[in-house]
Ligand binder design. Sequence first.
Ligand code: SF4
Length: 254
Amino acid sequence: MLFNEPVFGPIQSRRLGISLGINLLPTESKLCNFNCIYCECGWNTKVEKKKFNRRDDIKKNLEIKLKLMQNENKYLDSITFSGNGEPTMHPEFSAIIDDTIILRNQYAPAAKISVLSNATMLANANVVAALLKIDNAILKLDSGIDETAALINKPQFAYSVAKIIEYMQKLKKQMILQTMFLRGTYDGKKIDNTTEHEITAWLDAIKKIEPREIMIYTIDRKTPADNLQKVSFDELDKIAEHARKLGYKVQVAK
Ligand code: SF4
């Protein structure tokens, strides 16, 4: 499923309420430095021309939509950067966040600004600074174990959980950690990030990152990889309980 507009919705989000989406990525194809086996946008493709949506188009479309919603007295919980890939890869991500803060303050001051990110661009100080300005920097870590993360997220570069944890620590305990739990097989290999070994590594990562909050969820739509299974709500809640015992607020998406 690809979003074919730079600003889309509002939609009812499982985790963020009434959410107006912003897609900084190409509208004709996905662009991400991960290739997650569960990605709702499908697999990465080899399209030659991958154009980011332009900053001025995003700004113009967002203003039109927010003005319209204000005139119609429509409530908004969140302006959410998600879309067809990894939003922080946009070269003007930081400036677009500044534009969004101005427009949010003008037209929908009660709305939060949220960014869903795979956390791989946190080596860039501008990206970190931009994420520190918003309400919800929601950053992905699907496993505390390199081999499992490699299987689930299929990073398109040398990926290290330890490095990502180090990056996340730059968010000064303001970030929200997001983890997808699933089971299945892919490429002849068994995947299950709910085992005791996995949960121990995940909790160790949480203790190092010290996120403000944790969101856990499971598959909700068709996945690009076959043979993946969702995890039941009861199992997710048991996993959440481990983190709650460490003092963290955990939201389990239904
Ligand atoms: S990080 Fe997000 S956009 Fe990128 S492949 Fe994974 S789920 Fe898809």
